[in-house]
Design a protein around this ligand. Structure first.
Ligand SMILES: [Zn+2]
Length: 82
């Protein structure tokens, strides 16, 4: 029988911009005046970060005067560091 969408779809994190599956989390770091992009390891609590697909994460532009920290690649390096 045809049913509605499977329940697990509610658990797939989606990009806040385009509703594609998210791969990164964008966070505003007010103290450091920077926007960070981190690999999506766990879904942030509401208001703690913004889910982004790869395309939109690449397009993130920080506010004027702010920096942009992309940890999506650094994460791999950090993992190998001793
Ligand atoms: Zn997107």
């Amino acid at each position: 029988m045809a049913g509605g969408p499977p329940n697990f779809l509610h658990m797939v994190p989606l990009c806040v911009r385009c509703s594609q599956p998210a791969v990164a989390v964008m966070r505003y770091n007010y103290a450091a005046r920077s926007v960070s992009l981190e690999p999506l390891v766990h879904v942030p609590s509401p208001g703690a970060g913004y889910l982004m697909c790869a395309r939109h994460a690449d397009r993130v532009m920080p506010p004027v005067g702010w920096g942009r920290v992309d940890r999506r690649r650094l994460f791999v390096v950090t993992g190998l560091k001793r």
